[in-house]
Ligand binder design. Sequence first.
Ligand SMILES: [Zn+2]
Length: 114
Amino acid sequence: MALKDTTDHTAHPWPRCEFAMTIFSEGECQRPGEVQLNGSLLCVPHAELLRLEAREDTLLGTVFEMDKWLDNPNNRADQLHWQRVLGQRDEVLEQLRFNRTLVEVHRERDQTSQ
Ligand SMILES: [Zn+2]
């Protein structure tokens, strides 16, 4: 019986992306980890995905704050200012839509590559 090489179980030739361990349990990412993000080593596509999702959270928070401000009757006194914030809110919503599209593209690309 030939001696089997078992080194492939213990060590990878490169550090692997830790995306699966941090977010989803379904399957591990096979790509090399190249980017340090929030204490995890991630491949470039997954780091980008997490960056987009963090951006979405930030934008949602911004819209939430703007809604609160717009709903406050005291802030309606200054119509010009109020209208300006309403316009900025639309811009943030537009960014959110664009960001969401990018997230979807990343997710789909991720699924087809495995
Ligand atoms: Zn990955």
